[in-house]
Design a protein around this ligand. Structure first.
Ligand SMILES: Cc1ncc(COP(=O)(O)O)c(C=O)c1O
Length: 356
């Protein structure tokens, strides 16, 4: 099987160009958190270092309780559902079509590349769609991916749009996998979990959440799935055989991290400020910002080919991502990640600003 080339390799020459800037490069290409892991979470990881026994795939009772509480109180889930810790959410995105034996799946037209890769790994047919389900195929479709707020566009799907997808799923008995890992960081709009919209009927629904960005825990690999108990039980059964267990010290750190929203609100404020400062500089330099309503990214265009914009930024020592990494429909846009320190974002805004 030929998987897509790892797209970041194509960006390397532009990274090299940016690094030759006299003041060094500012990397706004990968959405990897740079703010510290909160101290109280680090302390819990350290205190849990003695861990001689195997963890269980389904998660410790403490973690399961904390995931269940989070699903109810923060995501708005109700009714009957189950939870499952995952080793970051990327592995689950990549494995879900395989674990569900999906043969035809729908993914967003402009999307996180792993939705497509997961379909390919399962040898499934992958079909790109817009958010409106009225024209979606239903024949033999096993799974549809939603992503709100979106990577890369920062688009937040409205309740009406999500509701239409939910109705479509219920009418056709098709599983919705809703990747909601950027939900903790609202900006101009707040997203809503598919589980809240479901009002207690969680059949065929699974939501994916991650602490990578929420709590600056990307290095811990801490995430979870919530939803239809029958689906979770199927995933669990196979994952037990595969040894897909979250390490116990990480489970403890996750429980503690999920018990606090203050650090998440503070982190969200940092991202909102960074977005505002960078947006201003972009608008002043002829970029049009689209969507970018929430989450971690600015999605913008100057009406030119994406690589041309990437080169323009590289000249200024800034690395950004071409939109074609997320689908051909993105090839006149670029994605700018807000994952750099305030000082670096200010420096980036100044370098963009100097262009006029
Ligand atoms: C939309 C989306 N889903 C899932 C992930 C995976 O995140 P993690 O594996 O760190 O939980 C990412 C990471 O960037 C993402 O953008």
């Amino acid at each position: 099987m030929k998987l897509p080339d790892f797209p970041w390799d194509a960006l390397a020459p532009y990274g090299q160009r940016a690094r030759s800037h006299p003041q060094g490069a500012i990397d706004l290409s990968q959405g990897t958190p740079v703010d510290p892991t909160p101290d109280f979470i680090q302390a819990e990881l350290r205190a849990s270092a003695n861990s001689p026994s195997y963890p269980v795939t389904t998660g410790s009772k403490e973690l399961r309780d904390s995931l269940t509480r989070y699903a109810r109180e923060i995501l708005g889930a109700s009714g009957e559902f189950d939870v499952l810790p995952t080793i970051g959410s990327k592995e689950m995105v990549a494995l879900l079509p395989f674990l569900l034996e999906a043969k035809r799946i729908l993914i967003p037209k402009i999307a996180y590349p792993t939705y497509r890769v997961g379909g390919m790994l399962a040898k499934a047919e992958v079909i790109e769609v817009d958010i409106d389900p009225s024209g979606w195929p239903t024949n033999d479709i096993d799974l549809v991916w939603l992503n709100t707020p979106s990577n890369p566009t920062g688009r937040v799907h409205s309740e009406n749009e999500m509701g239409a997808v939910l109705d479509w799923s219920r009418a056709n008995g098709i599983v919705i996998a809703s990747d909601e890992c950027y939900l903790p960081f609202p900006d101009k709009k707040s997203g809503i979990s598919i589980l809240k919209l479901a009002s207690g009927d969680n059949k065929n629904l699974i939501a994916l959440h991650s602490l990578s960005k929420r709590s600056n825990l990307a290095g811990y690999r801490a995430a979870f799935a919530v939803g239809d108990s029958a689906i979770i039980s199927k995933l669990l059964e196979i994952r037990k055989h595969m040894g897909m267990m979250v390490p116990l010290p990480v489970q403890r750190a996750m429980s503690i991290a999920l018990s606090d929203e203050k650090h998440v609100i503070a982190q969200g404020e940092l991202y909102r400020n960074r977005r505002a400062r960078l947006s201003l500089a972009l608008l002043e330099n002829g970029f049009k910002i689209e969507n970018s309503e929430s989450g971690l990214y600015i999605w913008c265009t100057r009406g030119e080919e994406d690589w041309q914009s990437v080169a323009w930024f590289a000249e200024r020592g800034i690395i950004v991502t071409p939109g074609n990494f997320y689908g051909q429909a993105g090839n006149r846009h670029i994605r700018i990640a807000l994952t750099a320190t305030d000082a670096k974002i200010d420096e980036a805004a100044a370098r963009i600003g100097k262009a006029l």
